[in-house]
Ligand binder design. Structure first.
Ligand SMILES: *Cc1c(COP(=O)(O)O)cnc(C)c1O
Length: 360
């Protein structure tokens, strides 16, 4: 067996142990004589899988009792519409911070449902930082403030949060959830697609404060209303059962590793040494403001873009895959989520040093 180090931004690597456990259980889950893929979502076996996954996620993130966890479909992109559909009617307007490509998508969808105030933007600096919170132009009558705490494409992360008073913060945590401890009660809603740091594609997790459920207008489609999914324990229709099960295996894996404080330590170490390798060699650069550099997505450019193809070619020979940067940024991007072993980052750094020595 040879598994590569896959630096894809998503779908991303899963822990090998998790895939092996799924492999062992694939034909017969726990003596049921069935694959999880074949089970009724209403049967007692799947209900046990589903509720154990939720309980483990709640434990990992210390989710308070007044928050619901919804296991949905449609990806984070569907939340760009579900959030305003469920919350915008409160006042008819919302604040959005514009810090990168994913914020922009959330903003253009939000505009379909009400007045969008861009409360902060780093677009003029090329999305290389998060504007200082004391410069934010927040509206006191916003239904919510939407932020993207980790911009997956630009590799930009928030340090701290703006003080929004009573206005709930809605956070697209698709590429940072579970990378470190998070104080859930700082947020009204946290949403994330699973395929970056949780499990396979097809599952979308929404953590929502109870009082924000049931506020959608009458025209909100039933299946886009948080209340529908809350009432039905995320089984208003057939949920993505296999992805839910695999997410549950990842939650157990994270608990075995010591939970999110342990992950934070490893993630910080992985990111620091990669940034040190970039900063320590003029051959490489990263344009993001130091305090906003992402732990999860590390873009870097080579001194000479003509060498990109040969860099990628040589990387592939060492099993370092999917390092090509997003087309809007160019260069390289190493996504180093929880499941990327430290050895993968070490191998990449060694390769970067060797490549620069040969071509610099
Ligand atoms: C990947 C990503 C999305 C899109 O997620 P889908 O699940 O593919 O819809 C949205 N926001 C952020 C921050 C992302 O990283």
């Amino acid at each position: 067996m040879s598994r590569v180090f896959n630096f894809s931004a998503g779908p991303a690597m899963l822990p090998t142990e998790v895939i092996q456990q799924a492999q062992q259980e694939i034909l017969d889950w726990n003596g049921s004589g069935m694959s999880v893929m074949e089970m009724s979502h209403r049967g007692k076996e799947f209900i046990e899988i589903a509720s154990t996954a939720e309980a483990d996620l709640r434990e990992l993130l210390a989710i308070p009792d007044n928050y619901k966890v919804l296991f949905l479909q449609g990806g984070a992109s569907t939340q760009f519409a579900m959030v305003p559909l469920n919350l915008m009617d409160r006042t008819g307007k919302a604040d959005y911070a514009n810090t990168g490509a994913w914020s922009k998508k959330a903003i253009s969808e939000g505009k379909r449902f009400g007045e969008v105030n861009i409360c902060a933007s780093s677009e003029e600096d090329g999305f290389n930082s998060v504007p200082a919170f004391d410069s934010w132009n927040l509206s006191s009558d916003a239904s919510y403030v939407h932020i993207t705490p980790n911009e997956t494409i630009g590799g930009v992360v928030y340090q701290g949060l703006p003080d929004t008073g009573d206005v709930p913060i809605v956070a697209d945590m698709s590429s940072t959830i579970l990378s470190r401890p998070t104080n859930v009660s700082d947020y009204g809603i946290i949403y994330t697609g699973a395929q970056k740091n949780i499990g396979p594609a097809g599952l979308t997790i929404v953590i929502v404060r109870e009082d924000l459920i049931g506020q959608a207008g009458d025209s909100c489609p039933t299946m886009l209303n948080y209340a529908t999914h809350d009432k039905a324990d995320s089984m208003a229709n057939t949920p993505p059962t296999y992805s839910w099960y695999l997410a549950g295996l990842v939650f157990k894996w994270l608990k075995d590793k010591g939970g999110l404080s342990a992950m934070a330590e490893i993630n910080e170490r992985k990111a620091s040494k990669l940034y040190a390798a970039i900063d320590g060699n003029d051959f490489y650069s990263n344009p993001v403001a130091i305090q906003n550099r992402s732990w999860m997505n590390v873009p870097f450019i080579l001194k000479d873009a003509d060498l990109d193809a040969s860099f990628l070619e040589g990387a592939k020979e060492l099993g370092l895959m999917t390092l090509k940067g997003h087309r809007s940024v160019g260069g390289m991007r190493a996504s180093i989520y929880n499941a990327m072993p430290e050895e993968g980052v070490d191998t990449l750094i060694q390769y970067m040093n060797d490549f620069a020595a040969k071509n610099g």
